[in-house]
Ligand binder design. Structure first.
Ligand code: SAM
Length: 222
């Protein structure tokens, strides 16, 4: 969703908040004159720097909740699938609004539990979140669009919302790709492995659907 917007806006200087390994940054790079891409993870930033050979992108370690750029440095600021990893997402939005001249684009997955297969996805996610929280990995429940929308209304900014409903079917294992690496960091490995195998048994014959996605396009004026 953000990709199409960036392709038509053609930003001069874009800030990508929570760039991860830079795969998405690389997708938007051809449409931007310059990108500053920030993340808190040394591991992801190192991968981004090594793997993405992008002459117009600078990767930098910085927390979304404490963006240190002064004034309106960027014409466009984006965050994609990042805010549900941030403890104080409201603070991150404040910073994003502060450093953007024209536009802030926020894309997030969200849970609309309108079908059994979406409820299954949600239940399995809860298990994974519990493990991640135990080992101190920053990952929270998907943010309710209503909360973001109320927050933006209270700030008095002009914005639009666009929802992309998902029909993508997932496999049980799609949720648990990195299970092994997370479980290794827990002091209760055996307990988690035991719970995981019970969960797998319970959901063996069930279906899973990927969460929907919402895009907030925020328009700023000088
Ligand atoms: C699911 S990834 C999204 C990566 C990328 N934006 C994409 O769309 O593919 C979430 C990223 O947010 C980063 N992150 C988590 N908390 C953060 C924070 N407080 N400030 C900046 N980045 C953060 C994580 O390290 C991770 O790389």
């Amino acid at each position: 969703m953000i990709l199409n917007r960036i392709a038509s806006i053609k930003p001069h200087h874009l800030l990508d908040v929570g760039c991860g390994c830079g795969n998405f940054t690389a997708q938007i790079a051809p449409y931007c004159k310059f990108i500053t891409a920030i993340d808190t993870s040394d591991v992801w930033l190192k991968r981004a720097q090594n793997e993405q050979k992008l002459s117009n992108v600078k990767f930098e370690k910085m927390d979304a909740q404490d963006i240190s750029f002064q004034g309106k440095t960027f014409d466009v600021v984006i965050s994609r699938a990042t805010l549900h990893h941030v403890n104080r997402w409201q603070q991150a939005i404040d910073h994003m609004l502060r450093v953007s001249k024209n536009r802030v684009l926020i894309e997030e997955p969200f849970d609309d539990l309108r079908s059994e297969s979406r409820k299954n996805t949600y239940d399995v996610q809860q298990f994974f979140l519990e493990l991640q929280n135990e080992i101190g990995y920053s990952h929270f429940n998907h943010i309710e669009p209503k909360l973001v929308s109320e927050y933006l209304k209270n700030k008095g900014v002009q914005f639009e919302m666009e929802i992309k409903k998902s029909d993508d079917q997932l496999d049980f294992n799609d949720h648990f790709g990195p299970f092994d690496s997370f479980v290794q960091k827990s002091s209760r490995k055996e307990e988690w492995i035991e719970r995981y195998s019970r969960l797998k048994e319970k959901y063996a014959a069930k279906e899973f659907t990927a969460p929907d996605t919402i895009l907030f396009s925020i328009f700023l004026h000088d």
